[in-house]
Write a protein that binds this ligand. Structure first.
Ligand code: SF4
Length: 306
């Protein structure tokens, strides 16, 4: 099914006050930019849901295993055992019914040990020294409108690495991302993707006093279905120059301003997504939990007949 034509985006002015929270995270900023109404329902009006899927449980388990791998006495075996136990425990509480889901949940489980083995042979990760994993950030955001807000985040891993030639040492901050085969080429051109790691860099430098010129940023992709002859781990450097970081800060500041305008848009274009499973070639669909409910007026009509 083709993506439907761009749908109208009605706006509503609401006299709410629950927006005034102590902190904001990148995922909340991203949620707001996807659909302001969904953000309002979940984060302000309390209709939040605990997102659960086997893919999310898998991502959490693999992330947690990475923490073990890069801890002072971490090994591939310890990381694998930790991630498998965590994933198995989570799967035991999920009721998977779709045959494709059951097959996929098992298949990706089998891929877990390879991530940790590949981290050790990845050319980009060879010779790194881990400084921290899961570094917590909770720092004030400078605002000119009097809002007192902090930025909250967790940096998956901070490590140091020698530059080619070994003359200089550079600090890297990186975020692990599980994915299927990799990322499309243009994904790093999307500010709503790169802002995460760029904001982490900005607040990391604030926290530690590190010279921004000496701090690089990367996403570390963990591929569930790497292409033939590819390893499962790929380090994608994100250009962390001052312009890019400023752009990410502007994106964050504008989003916070919009969150406090008391005027929110329903983005019907974000109600549904669909994709083709590369292995089974089956079309899969997902939809927003508020689609067609009284909490999102007009959404049912917007999608009627699609
Ligand atoms: S149903 Fe669509 S418009 Fe409504 S909250 Fe969800 S994504 Fe937004």
């Amino acid at each position: 099914m083709d993506k439907p034509d761009e749908k109208p985006r009605p706006r509503f002015k609401l006299p709410l006050y629950g927006q005034l929270k102590e902190h904001v995270s990148f995922s909340e900023l991203k949620l707001f930019n996807e659909c302001q109404w969904r953000w309002l329902l979940r984060k302000v009006m309390g209709h939040d849901v605990i997102d659960r899927s086997f893919q999310m449980d898998f991502g959490k388990a693999v992330h947690s295993g990475m923490e073990v791998l890069y801890s002072p006495d971490g090994t591939v075996e310890k990381a694998t055992a930790h991630a498998l136990a965590m994933y198995d425990e989570a799967l035991g509480t999920l009721q998977l019914t779709h045959p494709s889901d059951i097959a996929e949940a098992t298949r990706i489980r089998d891929s877990i040990p390879q991530f940790y083995r590949d981290c050790l042979v990845s050319p980009e990760l060879k010779g790194i020294t881990t400084l921290r994993s899961e570094l917590a950030l909770m720092l004030p955001i400078n605002r000119t409108d009097g809002l007192e807000l902090k930025f909250k985040g967790f940096i998956d891993i901070v490590f140091v690495k020698k530059t080619p030639g070994g003359k200089k040492t550079v600090i890297y901050i990186a975020d692990f991302k599980t994915c299927q085969w990799g990322w499309p080429r243009d994904k790093l051109g999307d500010i709503s993707v790169t802002a995460q790691i760029l904001l982490y860099k900005h607040f990391f430098c604030k926290l530690t006093g590190a010279d921004p010129k000496n701090v690089k940023t990367a996403f570390i992709l963990l591929k569930k279905k790497p292409r033939k002859d590819d390893i499962t781990v790929q380090v994608l450097d994100v250009s962390p120059g001052p312009k890019m970081v400023s752009h990410a800060i502007e994106w964050m500041q504008q989003t916070i301003t919009d969150m406090h305008r008391y005027d929110y848009e329903q983005n019907y274009n974000a109600c549904r997504s669909e994709w083709v499973d590369r292995e089974t070639e089956e079309t899969r669909r997902a939809e927003c939990q508020f689609l067609g409910t009284d909490l999102c007026p007009g959404s049912a009509e917007a999608w009627a007949g699609s």
